[in-house]
Design a protein around this ligand. Structure first.
Ligand code: NAG
Ligand code: NAG
Length: 366
């Protein structure tokens, strides 16, 4: 119940901020809790925040398990993150957001928590920008300070990829129809305010099925990518899995991939991130440091991902103790990792804004 009220609070207050009359009347019909909502400090807080989003400067942080936050999506936007993550489950033709099946709630859907709010924010941003753009340029994004900055919506498909995929495609329609999605048009990438990246059970064969229009990109397996590079003709065997039995446990970057992955499999036309678990791929030495060997592995992974035109993201960064976490963050930034996968938005954005040696997000190629 508390979760629902919190969510209603956000949705309604955003509605007030962006649609003073029309959306509010809609919201009143939708949420009987509105009297409660309007009286809370929270509503006022978010109302103020989203009338003045102009001062937020985006930084390379990715809001890990974003839906767990008291205020999903908006906390990440307020912090200036350029990526948010939602774990998605298909039940009865609806996509629910949550960590486990038992934590799902009727009101917490991909549409209600992410797609709907993003459509409203971007409609609002673009109506304001219209006079400036004179109807020609590409749509602007969520950040006033960086209108061309895309926001990555990382969707982790938890249920069977082949069955969940078409429902996801359908649900993205409101963003797609408004021209808000980054897509590959058969020749090149056309940047949009939102870049949808599929991970978990997202099936690579379906990601690449449409050769003239792709607007969901793959989260490529960085470790496999590295395996293909040692000799250019090398092909890496993934776990054998007949396509007709696309299992739900194949995991990130492997579902629906061809039996052999080679250096030509993943590139910017079909993938956005190359990611791997830091714990598994790099790990720390016994004295909790990255020695020269580990550092060389890290640099190699970053170099290879960038040579494929992909952005590097490490999952599974140790979160505790904090000094250790900060040490790893600092090294990742220094070495040119494109985005920090974080739970603690405040700590991460503080470090990112502190400069980390003048790093900029596209200068990671070395
Ligand atoms: C590819 O996607 C575009 C846009 O959604 C659609 O119009 C087209 O029919 C699709 N092509 C195929 C072969 O599915
Ligand atoms: C990107 O990958 C696809 C296979 O998924 C391949 O057909 C295409 O040629 C590659 N593009 C480049 C520029 O390497």
């Amino acid at each position: 119940m508390l979760g629902f009220i919190q969510f209603a609070t956000i949705a309604v207050s955003i509605g007030i901020a962006f649609f003073p009359d029309k959306f509010l009347s809609h919201a009143v019909r939708s949420w009987s809790q509105i009297e409660f909502v309007i009286d809370t400090d929270d509503a006022a807080h978010w109302l103020v925040d989203f009338q003045t989003p102009g001062d937020v400067v985006p930084v390379g942080c990715h809001s890990h398990n974003d839906y767990w936050r008291t205020v999903p999506l908006f906390s990440a936007l307020r912090a200036g993150c350029i990526g948010v993550e939602a774990d998605v489950w298909l039940f009865n033709e609806e996509l629910y957001v949550g960590h486990t099946p038992s934590s799902l709630a009727a009101t917490r859907t991909l549409e209600s928590m992410y797609i709907g709010p993003l459509v409203r924010i971007l409609d609002y941003q673009n109506r304001r920008a219209e006079s400036l753009r004179r109807g020609h340029a590409a749509p602007v994004g969520v950040y006033d300070t960086a209108p061309q900055q895309t926001l990555v919506l990382l969707i982790d498909l938890k249920t069977d990829g082949g069955v969940t995929w078409p429902v996801l495609q359908k649900q993205l329609a409101p963003l797609r129809e408004r021209g808000y999605l980054t897509y590959f048009n058969g020749e090149k990438i056309v940047q949009g305010p939102i870049t949808v990246v599929g991970t978990g059970n997202t099936p690579f064969d379906l990601v690449i099925a449409n050769t003239t229009h792709k607007d969901v990109f793959f989260d490529a397996p960085l470790d496999k990518l590295v395996g293909t590079i040692k000799s250019p003709s090398k092909r890496v065997r993934r776990r054998v899995r007949p396509a007709s039995r696309r299992s739900t446990d194949v995991g990130q970057g492997l579902s629906g991939t061809p039996e052999y992955i080679d250096a030509g499999t993943f590139n910017a036309s079909n993938s956005y991130y190359a990611s791997v678990s830091f714990r598994q791929a790099i790990a720390l030495t016994w004295h909790m440091r990255l020695d020269d060997t580990k550092l060389e592995m890290l640099r190699n992974q970053i170099r290879i991902a960038h040579s494929h035109g992909l952005k590097v993201r490490y999952r599974g960064i140790p979160g505790w103790p904090r000094a250790l976490r900060d040490y790893v963050w600092r090294i990742l930034l220094r070495e040119g990792v494109d985005i920090l996968n974080v739970d603690d938005l405040a700590a991460a954005t503080r470090m990112l804004r502190a400069g980390s040696g003048g790093h900029t997000w596209d200068s990671g190629l070395r």
